[in-house]
Design a protein around this ligand. Sequence first.
Ligand code: ADP
Ligand code: MG
Ligand code: ZN
Length: 612
Amino acid sequence: MPPQKKPRSNLIYLLIAALLFAAVYSTFFGTTSDIKAEEVSITEIQNFYTQGKVASLEIEGNTVTATLTDGELKKAFKAPSDTAKDLGFDRPDLVPLTIKDTANQAFWTDLALSVIPFFLILGLLFFMLRSVSASNRTALSFGTSRAKEFDKSQKDKVTFNDVAGSETAKEELTEIVDFLKHPKKYLKMGAKIPRGVLMIGSPGTGKTLMARAVAGEADVPFFSISGSEFVEMFVGVGASRVRDLFSKARKNAPCIIFVDEIDAVGRHRGAGLGGGHDEREQTLNQILSEMDGFEKDTNVIVMAATNRPDVLDPALLRPGRFDRRVVIDNPDLTDRLAILKVHARNKPIAKDSDLEVVAKHSPGFSGADLENLLNEAAIMSAREGKKTITQHHLEKSLEKVLLGPEKSGKLMSEEEIKVTAYHEVGHALTGYIMPFTDPVHKISIVSRGMALGVTWFLPDRDSVLKSRKKFESELVSLMGGRAAEDITFGSASVTTGASNDMEKATKIARDMVTKYGMSPLGPITFGEHHANPFLGKDIMHERTFSDDTAKLIDAEVSKLLQNALKMAKDILTKYKKVLAEIADDLIKKETISRKEFEEYFSKAKIKPSIGL
Ligand code: ADP
Ligand code: MG
Ligand code: ZN
């Protein structure tokens, strides 16, 4: 079936309608003149004729209509093979004879009758195909690639300027840009133009953006298709889409083909769970053979993006294929600030608002998260009818992105608020006293998302290496919440509010023992750990130790946690007065800022990070 586009299908409907009309017309109106005629046998008309009672005769197809001398109309049917002469109507000079040629009309009627059912069935089929699913709109064009082409002339052209940070990645890709711009330079040196560039990074780190920026910088067309689009509804479609995409690209060289989420097709072949992977395999094979099929000087570069490089088929990573790999990391503090600045360019940010604070607050945020954050702030500001986006809006939306939307209305009882306040101040106070913890930025008991309250510790910079002392301090401040509940309300009334703290603390303690060798068990790691948890292999880490060792590990972990809890209780007992003072204020104010928090201590002449 040839590819059919929308206008074509409209034409089909029009044709069906026209034929239907023709058929109806010719059956009902084609013989109107005979309606009044009385039907008789052909012999009767022959008799009238010989008796001279016929004034005129008309033969139309097989219908013979006679107008008698008295004005009456008689109609009869003759055999198709009989001519006027055969029937004895041989005196046209006396009785005028008109023979109407109906061959034409009959032809159309016949055609309509034979063709209409066919078209109706076709139409029905067409509708059925169309309604299979909304995504199958183009059911009849499934063989062609659906790559979106971003022409170089497009207005929203992306360049490296729009991609903040990621300096190393940009450096590596500058080379690709140069290949696209000046291929001759490299060919002269006998260098092969690279075929494939694989971009690796967590979701939202700007891989797609970066690929578009390369196209924008080199000023070449950009064909983008997502791996999942290859494997859609019909078997065999993936491979033919690949073929089509590459031939389109060859015609437009120099250009970039961008395969987003290539892991959808590029997984280890023959290693799937369950069946039905033939389709993906075919598609992958087609990509590989197309890439191999490039002439030496074909200036088409295939860029692909994935966040699961571990599952990719090794054949993809072979030299001559995606042999260049560019890792795009989650942004660090400076990159985050740069990304915020890029997205703040067309937003009215108030002069006194500080993007740097936002950047500091958002370790672990991806570029997409940061963009979302600024967007939330803009929406919030617009909703309040303000002209600019203030620091207040930025921090609010940061919290929103981080913790889920703020719950409106009073959901906590007074009792719960009190417990939450002491709990949070417990975290903050122990954190303040313990050395090596980050400064407290804000304490809040406004309930939002999952957490009832929240204490933010704001690092002055992203730390890469953490010391044992820092871990121990962190454990104490994590235990601070539970400890505060315990010493204020008694151990019988401790709540479930600390379950998240316990989880975090346990993970830190376990890592200290099994991963970082920070326990009396010595400098050894237990179990196989992977450097990149986002690669998804962490789930299946192997146990490489005996049951006895497992017991020792559990004992060490438990000791670390017990010590931390005891330390937290000791601190809070010692500073019980300050704890109560801050907690009571927190209940009134709901939030306490870093400055306010530190004032309590300067008033009471307690220095930070003094330990016990
Ligand atoms: P990925 O393809 O890695 O999942 P995208 O390229 O789709 O991520 O990024 C999503 C959005 O996040 C982009 O449209 C962009 O607005 C923003 N973004 C991500 N990284 C950056 C960056 N380094 N600089 C500017 N914006 C970024
Ligand atoms: Mg993407
Ligand atoms: Zn807590």
